[in-house]
Design a protein around this ligand. Structure first.
Ligand SMILES: NC(=O)c1ccc[n+]([C@@H]2O[C@H](COP(=O)([O-])OP(=O)(O)OC[C@H]3O[C@@H](n4cnc5c(N)ncnc54)[C@H](OP(=O)(O)O)[C@@H]3O)[C@@H](O)[C@H]2O)c1
Length: 265
């Protein structure tokens, strides 16, 4: 594993929205939620750098963002599980963008809970993609932002990280770890001018949830994206989206363990 050390290309002015176009790095850019959010930034004329694994899909997203008004769109095809490649990838992206205002991390896999209960390799894969690799990316990016004295790190965690339940506790554990990491990171870098947004969606209609029972009632990715874009602008710390998941999770967290362990959740 390489040691990720941030080396900014020079002193940049303090974040000021008047210096548009905004420079946005999207990691996991073919995500349904990320794509909907990037469309908002494209309409605002942002510079956008997209990273994802599938070349055809990322090219389609890039073409769409250009049509919608993005000032500049560049792409990189990369497997973000490859931690050794992070330093070169992030350096290339920031050089192409001419700096960084927002890093938006949407990479994630749901995995298969029944398989993860039997197959340790699969369980560790979920933890690697959803926690270990993001920790590597965010460590580099946070040090870059601290060095320049500004920047937003907006990261998709999940309400699933709030309490382990039998139907998805490996995925939930990865998101719980990510949420805890982001809380500590915010506590460290907020005083350095760096904004960390923890995003906790409830179920959203994307490829991750296609075919799930009741998925037609899941949240609309465009609505979730609007709330995320607004939370970034307002420098919010934590966003539950849609909003009702904040009280729902407060109730779920409050259920005593002796009752919770008997529930089929
Ligand atoms: N949808 C929901 O209900 C929901 C709820 C709460 C939280 N979230 C979180 O929100 C984020 C976005 O999810 P989504 O719903 O938009 O799902 P999605 O459409 O399945 O997007 C997941 C993204 O992660 C990418 N990815 C996975 N492994 C990767 C790797 N090793 N390297 C590079 N890219 C990789 C996928 O790329 P490929 O196309 O190459 O696989 C895809 O772009 C995830 O972190 C998810 O856990 C989703």
């Amino acid at each position: 594993m390489s040691t990720a050390t941030a080396t900014p290309e020079g002193a940049l002015p303090h974040r000021d929205l008047s210096h548009t176009p905004w420079r946005v790095l999207v990691l996991g850019a073919t995500s349904g939620i990320a794509e909907a959010t990037a469309r908002i930034w494209a309409r605002e004329g942002a510079n956008i750098f997209l990273v994802a694994r599938n070349a055809d899909r990322i090219n389609a997203v890039a073409a769409d963002l250009r049509v919608r008004g993005a000032a500049y769109v560049e792409t990189a095809v990369a497997d973000l599980d490859d931690i050794d490649g992070h330093t070169a990838l992030l350096g290339r992206a920031i050089t192409a963008l001419g700096g960084l205002d927002v890093a938006y991390l949407a990479v994630g896999i749901l995995g298969e809970q029944p398989r993860a209960e039997q197959d340790t390799t699969h369980a560790l894969h979920i933890l690697h993609t959803n926690l270990t690799a993001p920790v590597s990316l965010l460590t580099w990016l946070s040090n870059y932002c601290v060095n320049q004295g500004f920047g937003t790190l907006a990261v998709l965690s999940s309400v699933a990280g709030e309490r382990g339940r039998k139907s998805n506790y490996v995925y939930g554990a990865s998101k719980a770890g990510l949420t805890a990491f982001l809380g500590g990171l915010r506590n460290r870098v907020d005083r350095e001018g760096v904004h960390v947004l923890t995003i906790k969606p409830g179920p959203v209609r994307t490829s991750m949830t296609t075919g799930m029972k009741g998925s037609e009632k899941f949240a609309d990715p465009d609505k979730v994206a609007r709330e995320i874009a607004r939370a970034i602008d307002k420098k919010q710390d934590v966003l539950y989206t849609p909003f009702q998941w904040r009280p729902i999770m407060a109730v779920i967290r409050a259920i005593p363990e002796r009752i919770f362990k008997k529930l089929n959740l």
